[in-house]
Design a protein around this ligand. Structure first.
Ligand SMILES: [Zn+2]
Ligand SMILES: [Zn+2]
Length: 158
């Protein structure tokens, strides 16, 4: 939890960022974005809804969902869309990869420091052939904890 002073700073920063993209800084939008920024677990819209409901009891799931759409459109948040699971939201919009555990659904950030990868990304964007809205690298598998639970002796299954 931020201290009250930090909270004020953060809020005014969020207001500025919303306004810079042309979005109205409504209390609901501020709250939703602030909640997302405080998390590193890449929550679903559902997760964010349960969290902001604690603070703002009358907020609807629809408001949360549409706010996330608007923030995504304005590139203030990024979204990870696993093929079979619910979309997950991320306050980090710089190019980075994700590992997602197919069992516990944990998503971990993977920094992409490889210059070749960064080059590929900017080449794609500069090619003029596409209008790129998002670059995404997603690895799906079992995290260490879930992998160990499935294979308790640590034997190599392959
Ligand atoms: Zn897992
Ligand atoms: Zn991320």
């Amino acid at each position: 939890m931020p201290t009250p002073e930090e909270d004020v700073v953060l809020k005014s920063e969020i207001v500025d960022r919303l306004r810079a993209t042309g979005l109205k800084a409504t209390p609901q939008r501020i709250l939703i974005f602030q909640e997302l920024m405080s998390r590193t677990d890449h929550p679903t819209a559902e997760d964010l809804y349960s969290a902001v409901k604690q603070v703002h009891a009358t907020i609807s799931f629809n408001t949360v969902y549409h706010t996330l759409q608007a923030l995504t459109e304005k590139e203030m948040v990024s979204v990870i869309r696993p093929v079979v699971d619910a979309a997950r939201y991320d306050p980090i919009t710089d190019l980075h990869g994700h590992f997602m555990c197919s069992k516990c659904k944990r998503i971990e950030d993977q920094l992409m420091e490889d210059p070749n990868l960064k080059q590929m990304d900017s080449d794609m964007k500069a090619s003029g052939r596409y209008w790129i809205v998002q670059s995404q690298i997603l690895w799906v598998g079992l995290c260490e904890a879930c992998g160990n639970a499935r294979n308790p002796d640590g034997r190599n299954l392959s």
